[in-house]
Design a protein around this ligand. Structure first.
Ligand code: HEM
Length: 123
């Protein structure tokens, strides 16, 4: 996997995400400088997949205050999965998808407290 692969991954992914009926409006209301966003997220992926250190941020906090719901994550992950499979070689696609699935679960655990009223009562 190269930096060029990651650039393509990010551009194709956000090309779809911006037009998407479920998550597009959220991106379009929060991101105005798309080239800046592409560079930031490409650097995030480069740190995650290639071990570089240009990305110095922490990705969770920027997602607070967007009123995200579980269905936004489902859609985000589905679009990412399609994009990774189309753009990356199979081994790299699987690695990127596993990371996204893990981050999606971790973000959702942080954003959506478990509702114990919906659990079976302890016996
Ligand atoms: C597991 C899933 C996700 C990953 C891996 C991810 C990754 C990222 C990263 C790395 C950034 C840059 C953070 C920074 O500023 O340092 C970011 C920003 C952003 N993400 Fe996500 N994201 C995920 C889910 C979502 C979802 C579900 C939405 C909404 C539909 C979303 C909307 C945004 C927006 C709007 C920004 C820009 C925030 C801003 O600059 O104001 N993300 N994301």
């Amino acid at each position: 996997m190269s930096e060029d692969d990651l650039d393509r991954l990010v551009r194709v992914f956000y090309g779809k995400a911006r037009e998407d009926a479920v998550i597009g409006p959220i991106f379009n209301s929060h991101v105005s400088d798309w080239e800046h966003h592409f560079a930031l997220v490409r650097d995030f992926w480069s740190r995650a997949m290639l071990g570089t250190s240009r990305y110095k941020g922490a990705p969770f906090a920027p997602h607070l205050g967007m009123n995200l719901r579980p269905e936004h994550f489902d859609r985000w992950v589905a679009l990412f999965r399609d994009t990774a499979q189309a753009v990356l070689k199979p081994v790299a696609a699987r690695a990127a998808i596993r990371r996204v699935e893990h981050m999606s679960a971790a973000f959702q655990a942080g954003l959506f407290p478990l509702d114990f009223s919906k659990q079976d009562p302890a016996s």
